[in-house]
Design a protein around this ligand. Sequence first.
Ligand code: NAD
Length: 208
Amino acid sequence: MRTPKHDLPEAVAKRIPIYYRYFKLLETDGIERIKSEQLAKLVAIPSATIRRDFSYIGDLGRSGYGYEVSHLIQIFSTVLKADILTKMAVIGVGNLGRALIENNFRRNDNLQISCAFDTNPALVGQTLNGVPIYAIDQLVTVIPAAGITTAISTVPSEASQGSAEQLIDAGITSILNFAPTRLQVPRHINVRYLDLTAELQTLLLFEE
Ligand code: NAD
């Protein structure tokens, strides 16, 4: 049961991984059933929002009786593809790229950076935390051979548009971009931006 992506509002899509994380914690704690009011306290999201969010996902049970945690995990893991290994490429092995490769989503078995690319010849041929670093001209062979469709871009802002085009030429369809520059990409390419500076500026807007 997978809700069509175009039907899922952005705000709901952002909360789904949060719910899933808490369901896994409940499972670890041996909790089999949870009411939406209890879940609301746990995840700090109003219960009305939770019920509305869940209605996008499908029939998850009756909120008054409580949701069955194993059922929630089963449904949400399908929605999130949490039971499928997603291999990813990193482009730009500088400060940020290196940190991501060193961490390599170690708490998430289903997310794995499996190759990296950089223009710096001094980095090409090296291996970082088991992840090989390739030259940019190897993108078109390595990416399709590994069946990778997702990339994390940590190149400098001025290089991000050109890198995105090279990634797309190699078969990448989803890009997480750390540079704030907005990318011009074809409609079928899925791009998200993680702009730490903008997040901090928004945080500081609310500082008294
Ligand atoms: P960095 O200069 O340390 O690393 C960039 C890497 O990209 C280098 O290894 C460089 O050789 C490589 N590179 C340059 N052009 C390339 C290309 N065309 N193709 C492939 N590789 C290329 O930069 P950083 O600090 O890691 O930051 C990376 C991006 O993340 C920047 O866009 C920056 O604005 C953004 N960012 C970084 C931070 C941070 O804390 N480091 C915070 C917020 C945003």
